[in-house]
Design a protein around this ligand. Structure first.
Ligand code: CAP
Length: 462
Protein backbone atom coordinates (compact mmCIF):
# COMPACT_ATOMS: atom_id res chain seq x y z
CA UNK A 1 0.00 0.00 0.00
CA UNK A 2 1.50 3.35 -1.00
CA UNK A 3 0.83 5.35 2.12
CA UNK A 4 2.54 8.52 1.06
CA UNK A 5 0.58 8.90 -2.19
CA UNK A 6 -2.70 8.23 -0.50
CA UNK A 7 -2.32 10.02 2.84
CA UNK A 8 -0.07 12.98 2.08
CA UNK A 9 -1.06 15.76 -0.30
CA UNK A 10 1.17 18.77 0.13
CA UNK A 11 -0.56 20.57 -2.74
CA UNK A 12 -3.62 21.19 -0.53
CA UNK A 13 -3.89 24.69 0.88
CA UNK A 14 -4.79 25.04 4.56
CA UNK A 15 -6.49 28.38 3.86
CA UNK A 16 -8.63 26.79 1.14
CA UNK A 17 -9.53 23.86 3.41
CA UNK A 18 -10.53 26.23 6.21
CA UNK A 19 -12.54 28.35 3.79
CA UNK A 20 -14.37 25.33 2.36
CA UNK A 21 -15.41 24.26 5.88
CA UNK A 22 -15.47 20.52 5.26
CA UNK A 23 -12.63 19.53 7.60
CA UNK A 24 -11.31 19.88 11.11
CA UNK A 25 -7.68 20.95 10.79
CA UNK A 26 -5.05 19.97 13.33
CA UNK A 27 -1.44 21.03 13.87
CA UNK A 28 1.06 18.71 15.58
CA UNK A 29 4.73 18.63 16.30
CA UNK A 30 5.98 15.14 15.46
CA UNK A 31 9.33 13.53 16.20
CA UNK A 32 9.83 10.15 14.64
CA UNK A 33 11.64 7.22 16.26
CA UNK A 34 15.25 6.67 15.38
CA UNK A 35 15.76 5.11 11.99
CA UNK A 36 12.25 6.00 10.76
CA UNK A 37 11.58 8.05 7.66
CA UNK A 38 9.60 11.20 8.54
CA UNK A 39 7.12 11.11 5.65
CA UNK A 40 6.48 7.39 6.09
CA UNK A 41 5.46 8.03 9.71
CA UNK A 42 3.36 11.05 8.69
CA UNK A 43 1.48 8.89 6.20
CA UNK A 44 0.91 6.20 8.85
CA UNK A 45 -0.21 8.86 11.29
CA UNK A 46 -2.82 10.14 8.85
CA UNK A 47 -3.94 6.59 8.04
CA UNK A 48 -4.20 5.67 11.74
CA UNK A 49 -6.06 8.92 12.49
CA UNK A 50 -9.00 8.14 10.22
CA UNK A 51 -9.21 4.49 9.20
CA UNK A 52 -7.42 3.18 12.31
CA UNK A 53 -4.69 1.22 10.56
CA UNK A 54 -2.20 1.54 7.75
CA UNK A 55 -2.82 -2.05 6.65
CA UNK A 56 -4.79 -2.79 3.49
CA UNK A 57 -8.39 -3.65 4.42
CA UNK A 58 -10.70 -6.01 2.59
CA UNK A 59 -13.67 -4.17 4.11
CA UNK A 60 -12.82 -0.77 2.61
CA UNK A 61 -14.89 0.72 -0.19
CA UNK A 62 -14.96 3.93 -2.18
CA UNK A 63 -16.98 5.74 0.44
CA UNK A 64 -14.69 4.88 3.34
CA UNK A 65 -11.71 5.91 1.19
CA UNK A 66 -13.35 9.30 0.64
CA UNK A 67 -13.06 9.85 4.42
CA UNK A 68 -9.28 9.57 4.52
CA UNK A 69 -7.46 11.90 6.87
CA UNK A 70 -4.78 13.63 4.81
CA UNK A 71 -1.56 15.38 5.79
CA UNK A 72 -1.34 18.68 3.92
CA UNK A 73 1.84 19.94 5.57
CA UNK A 74 4.83 17.94 6.80
CA UNK A 75 8.10 19.62 7.66
CA UNK A 76 10.78 17.16 8.75
CA UNK A 77 13.00 19.91 10.14
CA UNK A 78 10.53 21.54 12.53
CA UNK A 79 8.36 18.43 12.90
CA UNK A 80 5.24 20.45 12.06
CA UNK A 81 2.50 18.28 10.59
CA UNK A 82 -0.99 19.47 9.68
CA UNK A 83 -3.78 16.99 9.15
CA UNK A 84 -7.24 17.51 7.64
CA UNK A 85 -10.05 15.40 9.16
CA UNK A 86 -13.26 15.15 7.07
CA UNK A 87 -16.24 16.28 9.15
CA UNK A 88 -18.14 13.08 8.44
CA UNK A 89 -15.71 11.21 10.70
CA UNK A 90 -17.01 12.89 13.84
CA UNK A 91 -19.67 11.56 16.18
CA UNK A 92 -22.91 13.41 16.91
CA UNK A 93 -25.35 12.90 19.81
CA UNK A 94 -28.48 10.84 19.27
CA UNK A 95 -30.31 13.09 21.74
CA UNK A 96 -29.79 16.51 20.23
CA UNK A 97 -27.35 16.14 17.33
CA UNK A 98 -24.65 17.91 19.34
CA UNK A 99 -20.95 17.31 18.75
CA UNK A 100 -18.74 15.46 21.19
CA UNK A 101 -15.27 16.27 22.49
CA UNK A 102 -14.66 12.61 23.35
CA UNK A 103 -15.02 11.82 19.64
CA UNK A 104 -12.91 14.82 18.69
CA UNK A 105 -10.07 13.83 21.04
CA UNK A 106 -10.35 10.21 20.06
CA UNK A 107 -9.60 11.17 16.45
CA UNK A 108 -7.11 13.97 17.03
CA UNK A 109 -5.24 12.61 20.04
CA UNK A 110 -6.28 8.99 20.45
CA UNK A 111 -4.36 5.88 19.49
CA UNK A 112 -1.94 7.88 17.36
CA UNK A 113 -0.33 9.00 20.62
CA UNK A 114 1.19 5.56 21.11
CA UNK A 115 1.77 4.63 17.51
CA UNK A 116 4.84 2.73 16.37
CA UNK A 117 7.39 5.05 14.81
CA UNK A 118 6.22 8.03 16.86
CA UNK A 119 8.80 9.23 19.38
CA UNK A 120 6.80 12.36 20.20
CA UNK A 121 3.51 13.77 18.97
CA UNK A 122 1.79 16.78 20.45
CA UNK A 123 -1.38 18.49 19.30
CA UNK A 124 -0.78 22.25 19.49
CA UNK A 125 -3.78 23.77 17.75
CA UNK A 126 -6.91 22.96 15.78
CA UNK A 127 -9.40 24.73 13.59
CA UNK A 128 -13.11 24.00 13.52
CA UNK A 129 -15.35 25.02 10.63
CA UNK A 130 -18.59 26.80 11.50
CA UNK A 131 -20.91 23.82 11.00
CA UNK A 132 -18.94 21.64 13.44
CA UNK A 133 -18.31 24.43 15.95
CA UNK A 134 -22.06 25.08 16.12
CA UNK A 135 -22.50 21.50 17.30
CA UNK A 136 -20.96 22.44 20.65
CA UNK A 137 -23.01 24.14 23.36
CA UNK A 138 -20.51 26.85 24.26
CA UNK A 139 -21.03 28.91 27.43
CA UNK A 140 -24.50 29.90 28.62
CA UNK A 141 -23.75 32.11 31.64
CA UNK A 142 -20.84 34.47 31.09
CA UNK A 143 -18.73 36.95 32.99
CA UNK A 144 -21.20 39.66 31.91
CA UNK A 145 -23.72 38.10 34.34
CA UNK A 146 -21.12 38.08 37.12
CA UNK A 147 -20.33 41.73 36.49
CA UNK A 148 -24.05 42.56 36.56
CA UNK A 149 -24.42 40.77 39.89
CA UNK A 150 -21.43 42.71 41.20
CA UNK A 151 -22.97 45.99 40.02
CA UNK A 152 -20.35 46.58 37.34
CA UNK A 153 -20.26 47.51 33.67
CA UNK A 154 -21.42 44.36 31.86
CA UNK A 155 -19.12 44.77 28.86
CA UNK A 156 -15.86 45.43 30.69
CA UNK A 157 -16.38 45.19 34.44
CA UNK A 158 -12.69 44.69 35.27
CA UNK A 159 -11.12 42.14 37.59
CA UNK A 160 -13.40 39.90 39.63
CA UNK A 161 -11.49 39.63 42.90
CA UNK A 162 -11.68 35.94 43.66
CA UNK A 163 -10.03 33.49 46.01
CA UNK A 164 -9.53 29.75 46.27
CA UNK A 165 -10.18 28.56 49.81
CA UNK A 166 -6.97 27.61 51.62
CA UNK A 167 -5.81 25.45 53.23
CA UNK A 168 -6.78 23.15 50.39
CA UNK A 169 -8.02 20.57 52.91
CA UNK A 170 -8.40 20.67 56.65
CA UNK A 171 -10.95 23.40 57.36
CA UNK A 172 -14.11 22.22 59.04
CA UNK A 173 -17.53 23.62 58.00
CA UNK A 174 -17.34 26.64 60.30
CA UNK A 175 -13.76 27.37 59.25
CA UNK A 176 -14.58 27.22 55.55
CA UNK A 177 -17.57 29.56 55.92
CA UNK A 178 -15.59 31.95 58.14
CA UNK A 179 -12.69 32.09 55.66
CA UNK A 180 -15.11 32.75 52.80
CA UNK A 181 -16.98 35.42 54.75
CA UNK A 182 -13.78 37.22 55.64
CA UNK A 183 -12.66 37.24 52.01
CA UNK A 184 -16.07 38.41 50.76
CA UNK A 185 -15.81 41.43 53.09
CA UNK A 186 -13.20 42.76 50.66
CA UNK A 187 -13.56 40.59 47.57
CA UNK A 188 -16.16 39.24 45.12
CA UNK A 189 -15.91 35.51 44.60
CA UNK A 190 -14.83 32.48 46.59
CA UNK A 191 -14.07 29.19 44.85
CA UNK A 192 -13.65 25.76 46.41
CA UNK A 193 -10.19 24.39 45.98
CA UNK A 194 -10.27 21.39 43.62
CA UNK A 195 -10.14 18.56 46.16
CA UNK A 196 -12.72 20.15 48.47
CA UNK A 197 -15.80 17.96 48.27
CA UNK A 198 -17.66 15.94 50.87
CA UNK A 199 -14.80 15.03 53.23
CA UNK A 200 -15.78 13.54 56.56
CA UNK A 201 -14.54 16.56 58.50
CA UNK A 202 -16.46 18.96 56.22
CA UNK A 203 -19.64 17.26 54.95
CA UNK A 204 -21.47 19.23 52.29
CA UNK A 205 -24.72 18.98 54.23
CA UNK A 206 -23.10 21.12 56.91
CA UNK A 207 -20.85 23.29 54.76
CA UNK A 208 -23.43 24.55 52.25
CA UNK A 209 -25.98 26.15 54.62
CA UNK A 210 -23.13 27.85 56.50
CA UNK A 211 -21.62 29.06 53.24
CA UNK A 212 -24.96 30.44 52.03
CA UNK A 213 -25.43 32.21 55.34
CA UNK A 214 -21.91 33.67 55.20
CA UNK A 215 -22.47 34.91 51.67
CA UNK A 216 -25.81 36.49 52.58
CA UNK A 217 -24.23 38.30 55.51
CA UNK A 218 -21.38 39.55 53.35
CA UNK A 219 -23.82 40.78 50.69
CA UNK A 220 -25.98 42.55 53.29
CA UNK A 221 -23.02 44.17 55.00
CA UNK A 222 -21.22 45.34 51.86
CA UNK A 223 -24.31 46.09 49.78
CA UNK A 224 -22.86 44.28 46.75
CA UNK A 225 -23.34 40.85 45.20
CA UNK A 226 -20.96 38.02 46.11
CA UNK A 227 -20.38 34.66 44.45
CA UNK A 228 -19.62 31.17 45.74
CA UNK A 229 -18.23 28.78 43.13
CA UNK A 230 -18.91 25.26 44.36
CA UNK A 231 -16.86 22.30 43.26
CA UNK A 232 -19.14 19.56 41.93
CA UNK A 233 -16.38 17.46 40.34
CA UNK A 234 -16.90 13.75 40.89
CA UNK A 235 -17.02 10.51 38.90
CA UNK A 236 -20.72 10.05 38.43
CA UNK A 237 -23.20 12.55 36.90
CA UNK A 238 -25.83 11.38 39.40
CA UNK A 239 -23.50 12.22 42.29
CA UNK A 240 -22.74 15.56 40.66
CA UNK A 241 -26.46 16.28 40.44
CA UNK A 242 -26.97 15.31 44.07
CA UNK A 243 -24.27 17.77 45.17
CA UNK A 244 -25.57 20.53 42.92
CA UNK A 245 -29.10 19.96 44.25
CA UNK A 246 -27.87 20.39 47.81
CA UNK A 247 -26.28 23.69 46.85
CA UNK A 248 -29.36 24.87 44.97
CA UNK A 249 -31.40 24.24 48.11
CA UNK A 250 -28.94 25.97 50.41
CA UNK A 251 -28.71 28.95 48.04
CA UNK A 252 -32.46 29.06 47.26
CA UNK A 253 -33.38 32.57 46.13
CA UNK A 254 -29.70 33.41 45.58
CA UNK A 255 -29.24 31.92 42.10
CA UNK A 256 -26.86 34.62 40.87
CA UNK A 257 -24.60 34.07 43.86
CA UNK A 258 -24.05 30.39 43.12
CA UNK A 259 -21.57 29.23 40.50
CA UNK A 260 -20.45 25.67 39.81
CA UNK A 261 -17.00 24.40 39.16
CA UNK A 262 -15.81 21.17 37.54
CA UNK A 263 -12.43 19.83 36.61
CA UNK A 264 -12.25 19.71 32.82
CA UNK A 265 -9.16 17.51 32.90
CA UNK A 266 -9.65 15.06 35.77
CA UNK A 267 -13.39 14.56 35.35
CA UNK A 268 -13.13 15.47 31.69
CA UNK A 269 -15.48 16.50 28.91
CA UNK A 270 -18.44 14.50 30.21
CA UNK A 271 -18.41 16.36 33.52
CA UNK A 272 -18.23 19.74 31.86
CA UNK A 273 -20.85 18.94 29.23
CA UNK A 274 -23.18 17.52 31.88
CA UNK A 275 -22.81 20.54 34.15
CA UNK A 276 -23.37 22.89 31.21
CA UNK A 277 -26.50 21.02 30.21
CA UNK A 278 -27.98 20.82 33.71
CA UNK A 279 -26.85 24.07 35.31
CA UNK A 280 -26.21 26.37 32.35
CA UNK A 281 -27.97 29.23 34.09
CA UNK A 282 -25.14 29.32 36.62
CA UNK A 283 -21.64 30.54 35.95
CA UNK A 284 -19.60 27.41 35.21
CA UNK A 285 -15.86 27.38 35.96
CA UNK A 286 -13.49 24.85 34.47
CA UNK A 287 -10.54 23.79 36.55
CA UNK A 288 -7.71 21.61 35.30
CA UNK A 289 -5.78 20.08 38.21
CA UNK A 290 -3.22 17.63 36.89
CA UNK A 291 -3.39 18.89 33.31
CA UNK A 292 0.36 19.44 33.16
CA UNK A 293 0.77 15.65 33.02
CA UNK A 294 -0.45 16.00 29.43
CA UNK A 295 -0.06 19.66 28.52
CA UNK A 296 3.31 20.58 30.02
CA UNK A 297 5.69 22.29 27.63
CA UNK A 298 8.17 19.64 28.76
CA UNK A 299 5.88 16.91 27.49
CA UNK A 300 6.29 16.05 23.82
CA UNK A 301 3.06 14.09 23.76
CA UNK A 302 -0.59 14.81 24.40
CA UNK A 303 -1.99 18.26 23.70
CA UNK A 304 -1.12 21.73 24.85
CA UNK A 305 -2.79 23.89 27.50
CA UNK A 306 -3.98 26.03 24.60
CA UNK A 307 -5.89 23.04 23.16
CA UNK A 308 -7.38 22.10 26.55
CA UNK A 309 -8.56 25.67 27.08
CA UNK A 310 -10.12 26.00 23.64
CA UNK A 311 -11.97 22.73 24.24
CA UNK A 312 -13.36 24.04 27.54
CA UNK A 313 -15.00 26.99 25.75
CA UNK A 314 -16.59 24.61 23.25
CA UNK A 315 -17.95 22.50 26.11
CA UNK A 316 -19.54 25.53 27.70
CA UNK A 317 -17.26 26.71 30.48
CA UNK A 318 -18.12 30.30 31.46
CA UNK A 319 -14.63 30.71 32.90
CA UNK A 320 -11.50 28.63 32.43
CA UNK A 321 -8.27 28.44 34.35
CA UNK A 322 -5.70 29.81 31.92
CA UNK A 323 -2.62 29.99 34.12
CA UNK A 324 -0.58 33.02 35.05
CA UNK A 325 1.69 33.27 32.01
CA UNK A 326 4.83 32.96 34.07
CA UNK A 327 3.87 35.56 36.70
CA UNK A 328 2.68 33.01 39.26
CA UNK A 329 4.03 29.74 40.53
CA UNK A 330 2.79 27.26 37.94
CA UNK A 331 4.44 26.44 34.62
CA UNK A 332 3.82 28.95 31.84
CA UNK A 333 5.30 32.02 30.23
CA UNK A 334 4.40 35.33 28.65
CA UNK A 335 3.74 33.69 25.30
CA UNK A 336 0.67 31.96 26.82
CA UNK A 337 -1.28 35.18 26.26
CA UNK A 338 -3.12 33.77 23.18
CA UNK A 339 -4.74 31.20 25.49
CA UNK A 340 -6.66 33.96 27.25
CA UNK A 341 -7.42 35.75 23.95
CA UNK A 342 -8.74 32.62 22.22
CA UNK A 343 -11.49 32.04 24.78
CA UNK A 344 -12.51 35.66 25.20
CA UNK A 345 -12.75 36.93 21.62
CA UNK A 346 -14.99 36.36 18.58
CA UNK A 347 -12.00 35.76 16.36
CA UNK A 348 -8.53 34.96 17.62
CA UNK A 349 -5.22 33.66 16.39
CA UNK A 350 -3.81 30.52 17.95
CA UNK A 351 -0.29 29.27 17.35
CA UNK A 352 -1.22 27.74 13.97
CA UNK A 353 -4.81 28.68 13.08
CA UNK A 354 -7.12 31.66 13.25
CA UNK A 355 -10.46 30.62 14.76
CA UNK A 356 -13.80 32.36 14.12
CA UNK A 357 -16.27 31.62 16.92
CA UNK A 358 -19.37 32.50 14.88
CA UNK A 359 -21.24 34.07 17.76
CA UNK A 360 -20.45 31.44 20.40
CA UNK A 361 -20.53 33.11 23.83
CA UNK A 362 -17.16 34.05 25.27
CA UNK A 363 -15.42 32.49 28.24
CA UNK A 364 -13.45 34.40 30.82
CA UNK A 365 -9.89 33.70 31.87
CA UNK A 366 -9.56 32.55 35.48
CA UNK A 367 -6.10 33.52 36.66
CA UNK A 368 -4.63 31.49 39.47
CA UNK A 369 -1.50 29.92 40.86
CA UNK A 370 0.83 31.87 43.12
CA UNK A 371 -0.63 35.27 42.29
CA UNK A 372 -0.60 37.98 44.95
CA UNK A 373 -0.92 41.75 44.97
CA UNK A 374 2.75 42.26 44.15
CA UNK A 375 2.71 39.97 41.13
CA UNK A 376 -0.55 41.25 39.67
CA UNK A 377 0.61 44.50 38.01
CA UNK A 378 3.20 42.78 35.79
CA UNK A 379 0.70 40.06 34.91
CA UNK A 380 -1.77 42.75 33.84
CA UNK A 381 0.90 44.56 31.86
CA UNK A 382 1.53 41.40 29.85
CA UNK A 383 -2.19 40.65 29.38
CA UNK A 384 -3.04 44.27 28.58
CA UNK A 385 -6.35 44.45 30.44
CA UNK A 386 -8.04 43.46 33.71
CA UNK A 387 -11.24 41.83 32.44
CA UNK A 388 -10.59 38.45 34.04
CA UNK A 389 -11.40 36.50 37.17
CA UNK A 390 -8.66 36.25 39.75
CA UNK A 391 -8.55 33.14 41.95
CA UNK A 392 -5.81 33.74 44.47
CA UNK A 393 -5.14 31.15 47.16
CA UNK A 394 -2.09 32.02 49.21
CA UNK A 395 -2.22 35.55 47.75
CA UNK A 396 -5.55 36.08 49.50
CA UNK A 397 -5.42 33.91 52.62
CA UNK A 398 -1.71 34.48 53.13
CA UNK A 399 -2.05 38.23 53.71
CA UNK A 400 -0.81 38.90 57.21
CA UNK A 401 -3.84 41.01 58.09
CA UNK A 402 -6.35 38.34 57.03
CA UNK A 403 -8.52 37.51 54.01
CA UNK A 404 -10.43 40.82 53.83
CA UNK A 405 -7.15 42.72 53.72
CA UNK A 406 -5.87 40.16 51.19
CA UNK A 407 -8.85 40.89 48.96
CA UNK A 408 -8.39 44.64 49.28
CA UNK A 409 -4.67 44.35 48.50
CA UNK A 410 -5.57 42.59 45.24
CA UNK A 411 -8.13 45.24 44.32
CA UNK A 412 -5.60 47.95 45.10
CA UNK A 413 -3.02 46.19 42.93
CA UNK A 414 -5.42 46.36 40.00
CA UNK A 415 -6.04 50.06 40.62
CA UNK A 416 -2.29 50.61 40.79
CA UNK A 417 -1.82 49.08 37.34
CA UNK A 418 -4.83 50.91 35.88
CA UNK A 419 -3.35 54.21 37.13
CA UNK A 420 0.08 53.13 35.89
CA UNK A 421 1.28 54.24 39.33
CA UNK A 422 4.62 53.37 40.83
CA UNK A 423 3.80 50.43 43.17
CA UNK A 424 6.00 51.68 46.01
CA UNK A 425 4.42 55.14 45.91
CA UNK A 426 0.96 53.52 45.59
CA UNK A 427 1.68 51.44 48.68
CA UNK A 428 2.20 54.58 50.73
CA UNK A 429 -1.46 55.53 50.26
CA UNK A 430 -2.91 52.00 50.23
CA UNK A 431 -2.30 50.17 53.50
CA UNK A 432 -3.49 46.69 52.48
CA UNK A 433 -1.32 46.82 49.37
CA UNK A 434 1.59 48.00 51.49
CA UNK A 435 1.07 45.14 53.93
CA UNK A 436 1.27 42.75 50.97
CA UNK A 437 4.97 43.63 50.83
CA UNK A 438 5.35 42.33 54.38
CA UNK A 439 3.13 39.32 53.63
CA UNK A 440 5.07 38.19 50.56
CA UNK A 441 8.54 39.39 51.44
CA UNK A 442 10.50 37.17 49.12
CA UNK A 443 8.42 38.37 46.14
CA UNK A 444 8.81 41.95 47.32
CA UNK A 445 12.59 41.54 47.43
CA UNK A 446 12.67 40.32 43.84
CA UNK A 447 10.04 42.59 42.30
CA UNK A 448 10.75 45.76 44.31
CA UNK A 449 14.27 45.62 45.71
CA UNK A 450 14.66 48.57 48.04
CA UNK A 451 11.12 48.33 49.45
CA UNK A 452 12.47 47.56 52.92
CA UNK A 453 14.29 50.87 53.05
CA UNK A 454 11.17 52.81 52.02
CA UNK A 455 8.83 51.01 54.42
CA UNK A 456 11.23 50.80 57.37
CA UNK A 457 9.95 52.11 60.72
CA UNK A 458 12.71 54.72 60.60
CA UNK A 459 11.17 56.26 57.49
CA UNK A 460 8.88 58.72 59.21
CA UNK A 461 7.35 59.94 55.95
CA UNK A 462 5.09 56.87 55.99
C1 CAP B 1 -3.88 28.17 43.53
C2 CAP B 1 -4.39 26.77 43.39
C3 CAP B 1 -4.90 26.47 41.97
C4 CAP B 1 -3.85 26.61 40.89
C5 CAP B 1 -4.23 25.92 39.61
C6 CAP B 1 -3.33 25.74 43.78
O1 CAP B 1 -3.39 28.43 44.81
O2 CAP B 1 -5.49 26.60 44.24
O3 CAP B 1 -5.35 25.17 41.97
O4 CAP B 1 -3.74 27.93 40.60
O5 CAP B 1 -3.40 26.31 38.56
O6 CAP B 1 -3.62 24.90 44.61
O7 CAP B 1 -2.24 25.78 43.23
P1 CAP B 1 -2.30 29.56 45.04
P2 CAP B 1 -3.99 26.69 37.14
O8 CAP B 1 -2.89 30.86 44.61
O9 CAP B 1 -2.02 29.52 46.50
O10 CAP B 1 -1.10 29.20 44.22
O11 CAP B 1 -4.92 27.85 37.33
O12 CAP B 1 -2.76 27.04 36.37
O13 CAP B 1 -4.68 25.50 36.60
Amino acid sequence: MDHKDRFIDLSLSGAALAEAGGHVLAAYVLRVAEGCDFLTVVARLAAESGRGTALPLSTEDGFSRSLDVVAYEADAESGLVRLAFPLALFDFNVTDGGASISSFLNLLAGNTQGMEGVAALKLHDFHLPESYLQGFAGPAATIAGLWRHLGRDESAGSMVVGAILKPKLGLRPGGLAAAAYEFWRGGDLVENDQPQGNQGFAPLAEVLPLMADALKRAEDETGTGKVFSMNITCDDPAEMDARAEMALQAFAGMTESLAFHVDAYLAGPMALAHARRRYGGHFLSAHRAGHAAVTSVRSERGYSAFVLTKIARLLGASGIHTGTMGFGRMEGDESDRPIACMIAQDRAAGPYFVQEWHGMARSAAIVSGGINALRLPSFMENLGHTNFILAAGGGAFGHIDGPAAGALSLRQAEACWLERADPIEWAVEHPEFRRAFHSFESDADIIHPGWRRVFSPENTNL
